[in-house]
Design a binder for this molecule. Structure first.
Ligand SMILES: [Fe+2]
Length: 140
């Protein structure tokens, strides 16, 4: 069973950001699977990928917030920064054989709560831009 799953209740009504949330969740699940089959080289690569992807995603999200004058941008940026730091810390400690599964349960809870409680706050401020809407026509 995957660690976490995206569903419609997690939608932030911006196609580009929903797609990125889905990709982040997929990376989280792949990492968790690598832990379960004790595949440390794969885990190491996936965490690297997740770090890069999360950083890129947060930048995109913050760009939407900035362009739409989302009032709570500064606070939201702090939460993103904390997540990046946690993942960095995890990667640094990877060879200390900490409890991988537990860390991923923590990260997945963080991500779910973050999307459901924090990201939802920008729903009223940010609208799909026409380009992303067109591009997403082929999705689903
Ligand atoms: Fe966010």
């Amino acid at each position: 069973m995957p660690l976490m799953q995206w569903d419609e209740t997690m939608s932030v009504d911006v196609n580009e950001l929903d797609t990125q949330h889905q990709e982040l969740i997929a990376l989280m699940n792949e990492s968790y699977e690598a832990i379960q089959r004790h595949d440390e080289p794969a885990l190491y690569l996936l965490i690297g990928k997740m770090r890069t992807y999360a950083a890129m995603h947060f930048e995109t999200e913050e760009k939407y917030m900035r362009e739409n004058n989302f009032p709570d941008l500064e606070n939201h940026q702090k939460l993103h920064k904390k997540f990046n730091e946690d993942v960095n810390e995890f990667q640094r400690n990877l060879f200390n054989k900490t409890n991988f599964s537990q860390i991923f349960v923590f990260l997945s809870r963080w991500l779910t709560n973050h999307i459901m409680e924090q990201d939802k706050k920008y729903l009223a401020y940010i609208k799909n831009d026409p380009v992303s809407t067109e591009e997403s026509g082929s999705l689903s």
